[in-house]
Design a protein around this ligand. Structure first.
Ligand code: NDP
Length: 496
């Protein structure tokens, strides 16, 4: 697949991104600017859906449930999803352009992860939905004739999909694909920071022949805007949300009145545990990835790195040395790390850098903003940062920062490492680095997280359960878990 070059224009330059409602592209009366985190330039205007437009989208989705979509067989629905995946791949360069323009992430990340995974999500859920079987139980009855119970999987109805800005296309399609595979209709709202790949997906849905109203897209903000109008709409049956834990809590309140089904993938404050018996090179390379990928803006990133004392100084020195060598730059610059998503988010991350100093942490590298002497100084770039010496109850060790930063601390025993890793209100992921097989299994099980990696990080099989415990989420998505959330099983009992 062709990669975009700097000569490829951003696909929506100079336009106003429309919403897609009932198969019609609609420009809202109000709009807001979409700006580049690389240099602050305005990329395009984005329609801001108000409550009335959100209501139209939900009604269109409701109508489509009763239309041709509702009458399609499962194989026909899955064939349409495969067409969507094909069209994404045909327009691959445009999708990559859109994603790097909105996020500033590196060309390597967008072209090897975000966009390919977006297409893969549609194929994977088409396969999984087709392979799903249903239960059947024979039962006895007093008259001896017996009965047969079987289950059918029905759609839940209209599903609201709310996605964040860090992996915009990957996380949107991660929910849209299984929702559609299960026969639901969708109203999706991407983050206002990253509307472009979702806008391309709306076009692709039309091109692939997905019936009007099956996939609707509304743009806008969260509180008091399109997001809140959508999650509190009485005609929405289920909400699949990825974002911050505090937003999840607000959405739960909005959804309470109409008792909607909820699937939440929320924040994390993930630990990496590096034991002295680990393959050091693998642990170093893996920890670099788990701290600095996507400028630290992955819910799975490690922000707390615990290292067994005998190798602590050596490991930290090597980590700092590598962090200092990371090349920061725009998407086309062969950089290791792009900018944060926005100036506002950079201010939040910088406030934690300042707090780390105030909390008596020692900044081993980074801690500020790089200076380029060109237009990138108007962007949202920030230095990769490693801190040591904070107390375990320091706010920087307890709160999710969501930037390219970690705190390193030594541990003396396996028990202490497990305790420190679990001593958090979050519970999304852990990375364990050891060559001791027994320890690997023992420690992995003790992690109070939805996911524990041993000797790797962010290695994903789409069939596996994905989600978090504690403040990190409710429910699991992935494989059969997504199909279960997006379906209503109905028991049919037939007296024989
Ligand atoms: P936010 O929670 O700020 O926003 C997520 C989405 O929710 C956005 O589309 C936002 O709209 C919308 N939103 C905000 N408030 C409301 C509301 N009251 N009602 C309805 N919708 C609302 O998250 P970020 O975009 O800042 O993403 C970063 C967060 O996502 C981090 O905490 C990260 O850990 C988490 N995350 C979790 C993952 C997981 O799988 N567990 C994966 C990836 C990220 P808008 O932005 O337009 O205001």
């Amino acid at each position: 697949m062709r990669l975009p070059t700097p000569a490829d224009p951003y696909p929506f330059a100079g336009t106003q991104l429309p919403c897609l409602i009932g198969g019609e592209f609609i420009r809202a009366a109000k709009s807001f600017p979409n700006t580049s985190p690389v240099n602050g330039a305005e990329l395009c205007a984005v329609s801001e859906a108000d409550a009335a437009l959100v209501d139209r989208a939900v009604q269109a989705a409701r109508t489509a449930l009763r239309g041709p979509w509702g009458r399609l067989s499962l194989p026909e629905r899955c064939a349409l999803l495969r067409k969507v995946a094909d069209r994404i791949e045909q327009r691959f360069a445009q999708f990559v352009s859109a994603e790097i323009a909105d996020t500033g992430k590196t060309l390597r990340e967008a072209s090897s992860l975000d966009i390919p995974r977006g297409a893969a999500n549609f194929r994977a859920y088409a396969d999984l939905a087709l392979a799903r079987s249903s239960e059947c139980f024979e039962m006895g009855t007093p008259d001896g004739r017996g009965a047969l119970n079987y289950s059918v999987h029905k759609p839940v109805g209209v599903v609201a999909v709310i996605a964040p800005w860090n992996l915009p296309f990957l996380l949107l399609t991660w929910k849209v694909a299984p929702a559609l595979a299960c026969g639901n209709t969708v109203v999706a709202k991407p983050s206002e920071e990253t509307p472009s790949s979702a806008a391309l997906l709306a076009e692709v849905m039309q091109e692939a022949g997905v019936p009007p109203g099956v996939f609707n897209l509304v743009h806008g903000f969260g509180p008091g805007s399109a997001g809140e109008a959508l999650v509190s709409h009485p005609d929405v049956n289920a909400i699949a949300f990825t974002g911050e834990s505090a937003t999840g809590s607000a959405i739960m309140k909005s959804a309470a009145d109409s008792v909607k089904a909820l699937s939440f993938e929320l924040g994390g404050k993930n630990a990496a545990l590096v034991f002295a018996d680990a393959d050091l090179e693998a642990a170093l390379a893996g920890t670099m990835r788990s701290v600095f990928s996507n400028c630290g803006q992955v819910c799975l990133c490690s922000e707390r790195v615990y290292v067994e004392r005998p190798i602590f100084e050596r490991f930290v020195e090597a980590l700092v040395e590598r962090a200092r060598r990371l090349k920061i730059g725009g998407p086309f610059e062969q950089a290791d790390m792009g900018p944060l998503i926005s100036r506002a988010h950079r201010e939040k991350v910088l406030s934690y850098y300042r707090l780390a100093r105030a909390e008596h942490g020692e900044i081993l590298c980074g801690g500020g903003v790089p200076s380029f002497g060109d237009e990138r100084d108007r962007g949202a770039f920030i230095e990769p940062t490693i801190v040591r010496g904070l107390a375990e109850d320091a706010r920087c060790v307890r709160e999710e920062i969501f930037g390219p930063v970690c705190h390193v601390a030594p541990f003396d025993s396996e028990e202490q490492a497990v305790h420190m890793a679990n001593d958090t209100r979050y519970g999304l992921a852990a990375a364990i680095w050891t060559s001791n097989l027994q320890r690997a299994h023992r420690v992995a099980r003790q992690m109070e997280t939805g996911i524990a990696w041993v000797n790797d990080w962010f290695l994903r099989d789409l069939r596996t359960p994905f989600g978090g415990v504690k403040l990190s989420g409710i429910g699991r998505e992935g494989g059969a878990h997504s199909l279960a959330f997006f379906s209503e099983p109905q028991n049919i009992c037939v007296k024989l």
